[in-house]
Design a binder for this molecule. Structure first.
Ligand SMILES: [Fe+2]
Length: 216
């Protein structure tokens, strides 16, 4: 008899920011990411960032702001570091869930042309993103972003996010150990390679790219 997957704990209505539901069932990303990993990652880690953010902003003007505005307004301010870390991790994780798809997705023509122009091919982009995700030192994130009109693969440390630094995020890969350790222990490369090859949501990336072009 198989053990039932652990269920994510719904966010308590204790503040302005709430845990959004996953855009797919917890088992939908198997075998690349197990339901157990997804349950802990979203139901425990993501929820904890939101709970800490709600506690930190209680009674402050940040409680009335949009999440991304909180991230941008607290970025680089030592006195607001705790709010920034928890707000950015809240934003990053919601973005990560949408960067993954259990179904095969494809880029639209505009993003496809940009990928070919800036990286040479989708395969070259996938190799670079996997390398950056694998080689990032410590906890952080690997990203496909558009900045200054050009697609770029970048990494950020800890909670930091390109969204706070003038870039439009298209896709991300979480490379904190909690994203893969239950499934793959220390083999981050196997996790990154499988996520990049099998799970990235190119339709989501295309929508984000279109929004970046519309606002340029
Ligand atoms: Fe994470």
């Amino acid at each position: 008899m198989t053990k039932p997957a652990l269920r994510a704990v719904p966010s308590a209505p204790s503040g302005p920011f709430t845990l959004p539901p996953l855009p797919y069932p917890e088992s939908a990303l198997e075998p690349v990411i197990s339901a157990r990993t997804l349950s802990f990652h979203q139901g425990k880690h993501h929820k904890a960032y939101i709970d800490k953010l709600n506690a930190a902003v209680a009674g402050t003007p940040y409680a009335e702001m949009d999440l991304l505005a909180v991230v941008k307004k607290t970025c680089g301010r030592e006195a607001k570091k705790s709010i920034f870390n928890n707000a950015a991790q809240t934003w990053n994780h919601t973005f990560y869930w949408h960067s993954l798809s259990p179904a095969k997705t494809e880029m639209d023509k505009k993003l496809s042309a940009a990928v070919t122009g800036d990286f040479g091919s989708l395969e070259a982009l996938q190799q670079l993103l996997t390398k950056v995700a694998t080689e990032h030192f410590g906890s952080g994130w690997a990203w496909l972003v558009v900045k200054d009109g050009k697609l770029q693969v970048v990494d950020t440390h800890d909670a930091d996010t390109p969204a706070a630094h003038g870039a439009t995020c298209l896709l991300t890969v979480d490379v904190w150990e909690h994203a893969y350790y239950l499934d793959r222990q220390n083999d981050r490369n196997a996790y990154a390679e499988a996520v990049v090859k099998k799970l990235l949501n190119w339709s989501f990336a295309s929508d984000n790219f279109a929004r970046a072009q519309a606002s340029a």
